[in-house]
Design a protein around this ligand. Sequence first.
Ligand code: MN
Ligand code: MN
Length: 322
Amino acid sequence: MSDGKLGDQAFRNQSLHGRWPEMTYGGALSFLRRRYSRDLDGVDVAVTGIPYDGAVTFRPGARLGPRAIRAASVQLAELKAFPFGFDPFETLAVVDYGDCFIDPHHPETVVEAIAAHIDGIVAAGAIPLTLGGDHFATYPVLRVIARHHGPVALLHFDAHCDTWSDDGNRFDHGSMFLRAKNEGLIDVGRSCQVGIRTHNDSDHGFAVLTAPWVHAQGIDKTLAAIKARIGAGKVYVTFDIDCLDPAYAPGTGTPVPGGLTSACALELVRGLVGLDLVGADVMEVSPPFDVAEITALSAATIAHDLLCLMAMAKGAVPATPG
Ligand code: MN
Ligand code: MN
């Protein structure tokens, strides 16, 4: 099985595909034990962290999110993916691209630093899968996505709509999607927000599937509504971990009771098969407020399952349980 290859794939594995045994409790950490690399030749997906939390409104700590999500991903790197029954890395070439370098002492440089970092991924033809970091970081990512793909649909999982108005200059993790709409970065008519349980006087043209609506309608109707809204065009998936109930994601900056269970959220993510994903992120994990890695484990699993969807788009076929 191992061919003598044991451990530390993060820097020893020269192949973009396959994997070998690791100690879950040891070894060099990377997301799902993928190799760290800035070489994107032949790479389908680049996983990268954005360790930034300068735009939060309540608790800080999301700058520590990427590190925690990588650490929580170790168990997912052991077995074939559940419930898919395949190893996504047989099909999909994935590297850990490391973290975007942020200079917190020059906050005016942050938006451009994130945009330049993500542009290096998208321009190379790879899909960015970003680990946050507070949710504001999705705004410069969307600027890059729009530059390369045009306005895409935004599928947005969150307790918060993040479309409250601002002056166009704020560093605010609660207003950037209205700004993205106003700047033409997203196709609002195909965009959808899921799990919302905060008030905004306007939906600003987004389809809003509130958390109570999802709970009342169930998984299948929610997925049908999402897919009907988004259609066949390109879509960016942004998952604010506070979409989950604080029971399932205590480690986040602005928790709101009444959210989705991790089971519900995973079923929704796994049901997105067939969408044309051009990028995705999992944001707002704040490890100082986490308990027993609950939040980081959920975030790692969501990111892992998004990778499995990308693997299926490239031809991976789920196994039939035998
Ligand atoms: Mn939120
Ligand atoms: Mn958010």
